[in-house]
Design a protein around this ligand. Structure first.
Ligand SMILES: *Cc1c(COP(=O)(O)O)cnc(C)c1O
Length: 424
């Protein structure tokens, strides 16, 4: 307790947190149970792929016969139960991985469909929803979208109508991203995929898996997805991967992506891993428990801010399908105070104060709090929010549960100090 006081947490705030945590023990036990299963899933995949010490070394130049890189891709394909995977430091981030999967598997004249509403902000320019140089739209690839119904369900009738002869690929975003919609469970994604395949079985179903990896016991590729795509500076990098993205799925999809990433004729055969593989392997090994820490943080944040009267999504009792927690403050001051609190809890750069700025790829100023070992890593304790209505902050990450807890206490304290919370 004294250490918390030393670190700037009032007695009142700490007491509230203690009573809240008592009520969360069953949830935390369930999270630990899933982490245990996923930990073994990762170890099993590593053992079956015969990961050896030599795999931790890297190649230079062209990267021919990079056993560590090729074996890591085998490990990913075993974890996701797919035919193939592409896991590369040359994939610079999640948006790049998604753009790569889309641009390599779509051809001029094809149509892309999102049956779950507007995709993640940075994909708007990839698709050309917001006109942009090099977008899919510029290549003559059209886009159609069917929003979720107001109760969060799929609009099956709307989706049936939207599917036409040109529909080649369906993109399904598992996590809500910067929206206040519900995130999708793997089971529910499976139902949507079955419906789409029942209309036309040759439509490629891709899932934007960002923030969802290892939250559940199964992944979207276990329920029919042809491709899952994500970032290594989120869940599967376990906080250690300093860069990278992955695509796991059907051989044909992965081959297309590899040829787009490098070149036709070269595909997966080139791409030196340099010295990065140990972090990719070790991060993947840690990812299940790191994800569990982040999940506990998200639930704790939800319960604390719910108690303080703010709308939270998900709420403190509903099932979790990703590590993102949204808290709606209704005014910019709340978003800003929350982010300043998260920043003040960081191991790195705790002394700086985040301010809203016009980030590339976003259509409103965004404030971001992160004091991370890996710049921009959002599996580390971080928060961000666009400064626009409904003034919601999105909180995620935490490499360890004690640190996630501390971050939320600092954020809560900061919002409290800004006069936005009444504590009796
Ligand atoms: C983070 C994220 C992305 C984009 O990933 P970056 O690494 O930030 O480019 C795409 N989709 C979702 C749902 C995300 O959470």
């Amino acid at each position: 307790m004294n250490i918390y006081k030393d670190m700037g947490i009032d007695d009142k705030v700490y007491k509230l947190s203690e009573s809240i945590l008592e009520g969360l023990s069953d949830r935390f036990n369930e999270i630990d149970r899933v982490a245990e299963i996923n930990q073994l899933k990762v170890v099993k995949a590593m053992q079956e792929s015969k990961v050896s010490e030599a795999c931790l070394l890297g190649t230079t130049g062209y990267g021919y016969n990079d056993i560590g890189r090729d074996t890591l891709e085998e490990v990913y394909s075993r974890i996701f139960h797919t035919e193939a995977a592409l896991v590369r430091p040359q994939i610079t981030c999640g948006t790049h991985a998604l753009a790569l999967a889309l641009m390599s598997n779509l051809r001029p004249g094809d149509e892309l469909l999102s049956p779950v509403g507007k995709p993640y902000d940075t994909l708007e320019e990839v698709i050309g929803i917001r006109p942009s140089m090099g977008s899919l739209a510029e290549y003559g690839i059209t886009y159609s979208q069917v929003d979720l119904l107001s109760n969060g369900d799929y609009d099956y009738e709307g989706i049936r109508k939207a599917i036409n002869d040109k529909t080649k690929l369906v993109t399904i975003q598992r996590s809500k991203g910067y929206q206040t919609r519900r995130s999708l469970s793997v089971e529910s994604i499976g139902e949507l995929i079955s419906f789409i395949k029942s209309i036309r079985s040759d439509i490629i179903c891709m899932v934007d898996n960002c923030y969802g990896e290892f939250v559940e016991e199964i992944e979207p590729t276990d329920v029919g997805a042809d491709m899952v795509v994500g970032s290594l500076i989120k869940n599967p990098g376990g906080g250690l991967a300093p860069i990278g993205g992955y695509i796991a799925g059907k051989t044909a999809c992965i081959e297309n992506a590899a040829r787009r990433l490098t070149s036709p004729g070269l595909g997966k055969e080139v791409g030196a891993s340099l010295g990065i593989l140990k972090d990719f392997y070790q991060g993947l090994f840690l990812a299940p428990t790191v994800t569990a820490s982040a999940l506990k943080g998200a639930i704790f944040a939800s319960a604390m801010f719910e108690k303080a009267g703010f709308p939270v999504l998900p709420d403190s009792v509903e099932e979790r399908v990703d590590i993102i927690q949204a808290v709606t403050f209704g005014k910019p001051e709340g978003v800003i105070a929350f982010c300043k609190g998260i920043q003040a809890a960081a191991p790195i750069d705790s002394f700086v104060s985040p301010e809203p700025w016009d980030m590339p790829g976003y259509d409103a100023p965004v404030i971001m709090a992160a004091g991370a070992f890996v710049s921009g890593s959002s599996i580390e304790l971080s928060a961000d929010g666009p400064i626009k209505p409904p003034y919601a902050v999105y909180f995620q990450g935490g490499l360890t549960w004690p640190h996630a807890k501390f971050g939320i206490l600092k954020a809560f304290q900061s919002v409290y100090d800004a006069g936005l919370i009444n504590l009796l």
